[in-house]
Design a protein around this ligand. Structure first.
Ligand code: COA
Length: 293
């Protein structure tokens, strides 16, 4: 499991970003009443104080788990927690991170998310050692699109069937700040989702993201093809994410290679995937696993 830096969190005269703690219980309960926040985070719908405490405890463990950095956004003028900002570290080893945010329904309309995002935009490159920050925003999410635009992020692309929201795979617009290497976050995120329950256990995900000529030389020696995988009930799987020793290299104009170590309870395998940029988006063309002791 990669070790993440754990720097002091930033602040301005107007807002502070700090580690979530018990002062946020009311905010989390408020967030549980929002139609979208419980769908895109682990905040419980109409949750209790105990549920909120569970959410807070999970956030406090994120850096040690290598998952990322979760921060409460505090309005300094009233000393009130108003929202949360999360930086996901799935692609941190490649020099990029994904940022997500929400504000409590009772605290909207003051631009807190944009302020927090601007703070992180300026703080993350040095503090976390990254070149690029990426936001994935639903094309219908007007206030989030506006937040990204207002904070100087540039819109790069739209990916079809990108993120699971409830029972559907929604398209997401991609917004970035920093180095224009879009493959960094796109392929790190896609490769991780190939392993995550909610994605890998849904045939629609593989139908969309596997190339028609996809072939896998599996870690157990089995030869997989796209029809074989799509026909199979893949089911849940346990793996350590973020992956260890993640690297990304461009092989051709439209082809990129990812390598990493996938650690599972029963085996560890070196993995390699080739991803191809097609007219319809990214498709996995080849995957290989080799077991190691
Ligand atoms: C996105 C979110 C964090 C923004 O919260 P906020 O910081 O309180 O933002 P505001 O309410 O001040 O709105 C941001 C901007 O959107 C605009 N906006 C909001 N709703 C709008 C609407 N329906 N139509 C047009 N513009 C709208 C606001 O006018 C504001 O624009 P401005 O910066 O030019 O003044 C908040 O709406 C939220 O938590 N939503 C649910 C979770 C979510 O969507 N997270 C983002 C996932 S990518």
């Amino acid at each position: 499991m990669p070790t993440l830096p754990n720097p002091e969190l930033p602040g301005t005269d107007r807002i502070e970003l700090r580690m979530p703690d018990e002062r946020d219980i009311e905010l989390i309960i408020d967030a549980g009443r929002d139609p979208l926040i419980p769908v895109i985070t682990t905040v419980e719908t109409h949750g209790t104080a105990d549920d909120a405490a569970g959410f807070i405890a999970r956030q406090q463990g994120r850096v040690d788990e290598g998952r990322g950095w979760s921060m409460t956004i505090v309005d300094r003028s009233t000393d009130t927690p108003v929202g949360n900002l999360f930086i996901s570290a799935f692609c941190h080893q490649l020099g990029c991170v994904e940022v997500g945010y929400w504000t409590g329904p009772s605290h909207r309309g003051s631009g807190h998310a944009a302020e927090a995002l601007a703070l992180v935009r300026d703080w993350a490159p040095d503090a976390l050692g990254v070149d690029r920050l990426t936001l994935y925003i639903d094309p219908n999410n007007v206030s989030s699109l506006r937040t990204a635009e207002r904070t100087g992020f540039r819109r790069e692309a739209q990916h079809d069937r990108w993120e699971r929201v409830g029972d559907a795979f929604r398209p997401m617009t991609v917004w970035a700040h920093g180095a224009p290497t879009a493959e960094c976050s796109a392929l790190g995120v896609l490769e991780t989702r190939m392993w995550l329950n909610g994605y890998r256990d849904d045939t629609r995900w593989f139908e969309h993201h596997l190339h028609d000529d996809f072939v896998e030389h599996g870690c157990s020696g089995v030869l997989w093809t796209r029809p074989k995988i799509v026909a199979q009930d893949i089911g849940p799987i346990e793996v350590d994410v973020p992956f260890t020793d993640l690297t990304l290299e461009q092989i051709d104009v439209d082809t990129w290679m990812l390598t990493y170590l996938a650690v599972q309870p029963h085996r560890t395998c070196r993995r390699m995937s080739l991803w191809q940029q097609t007219a319809d988006g990214w498709r996995m063309r080849f995957h290989q696993g080799t077991p190691i002791d």
